[in-house]
Design a protein around this ligand. Structure first.
Ligand code: PXL
Length: 276
């Protein structure tokens, strides 16, 4: 695959922020985002919204940070360091979603925002209070350049059970109607396909992306990694369909390089790039 342009040593790279939760096991969330940021050559900035207690077997609990600390991290970085793109991951509650949306609306610059609407871990442990779905739909989606739900998240957010390419397009239409500029419906979990077909929609045109389905139990952090890579490409000024194509190729390589960890599911790995 073609990678993103790199910044010469000593020069300031592009800055991309993740607004998300930490993963003590290092597989997903902010840890996955930060690995992708580093391996793609951008400077990663962080707004921590929650600390999860988890390992490869599951999420045992989480602690949410105060709203002023969530908002303060975003403002402090945007006002000094400056960011060229951001992504959201686990946001935990409607109050945090409200604080992130308010802060985002108050920023001086227009910056592309990728919203990965994380609702649960791969083990099914909740990472978003069910009462927060409304805030996600009404407050955050309208601010998003791109939303990137998986099929479980699609079901929760727009109530559509995606089983084939027609329902995948219907879901993309319903998601786009909530206000994001672009909606991506990821088909990695689509049982009717032996590939991983994703559908992207901007209200006018559908774009389709296909990739091999990588058959591995070690796919912790795959969604985070795709959204983080898309944010990096948007920071570079890629048009959204090109950013999605890049991110899909990146996460496919990270899935190929995934490794076992602990007694459960290991993470996708951006580290493969060190061997290249
Ligand atoms: O992969 C989704 C995700 C995002 N953020 C955090 C997580 C997970 C999955 O477990 O723990 C913090």
């Amino acid at each position: 695959m073609d990678y993103l342009p790199l910044t010469p040593p000593g020069q300031t790279p592009l800055r991309v922020m993740t607004i998300a939760g930490t993963d003590s096991g290092g597989g997903a969330g902010i840890q996955a985002d930060s690995r992708t940021f580093a391996m793609l050559g951008v400077h990663g900035c962080v707004a921590v919204v929650a600390v999860t207690v988890q390992n490869s077997v599951g999420v045992k609990g989480f602690h949410e940070l105060p709203l002023d600390i969530v908002a303060g991290q975003i403002e402090a970085v945007a006002g000094d360091i400056g960011i060229q793109a951001a992504k959201t991951g686990m946001l935990a509650s409607s109050e945090i979603i409200g604080a992130v949306a308010d802060t985002w609306r108050g920023l001086d610059d227009e910056v592309p925002l990728v919203v990965d609407p994380v609702c649960a871990s791969m083990h099914g442990d909740p990472l978003l209070h069910p009462s927060a779905l409304d805030a996600l739909r009404s407050e955050l989606f309208p601010l998003a350049t791109l939303v990137t739900p998986n099929l479980d998240e699609v079901r929760l957010i727009v109530g559509i059970d995606v089983v084939d390419s027609k329902s995948q397009r219907d879901a993309a239409r319903a998601l786009h109607a909530l206000g994001p500029a672009w909606a991506l419906v990821k088909g990695g979990h689509l049982r009717s396909s032996d590939h991983s077909p994703d559908v992207l929609f901007d209200g006018t045109e559908f774009h389709e992306f296909d990739a091999d389905r990588i058959d591995t139990p070690h796919d912790h952090g795959a969604g985070d990694t795709l959204a983080a890579a898309a944010a990096c490409a948007l920071a570079h000024g890629f048009p959204v369909p090109d950013a999605v194509a890049f991110a899909k190729a990146w996460v496919t390589e990270c899935l190929r390089a995934a490794y076992p960890l602990g007694h459960g599911h290991g993470p996708v790995s951006a580290l493969f790039r060190l061997n290249a």
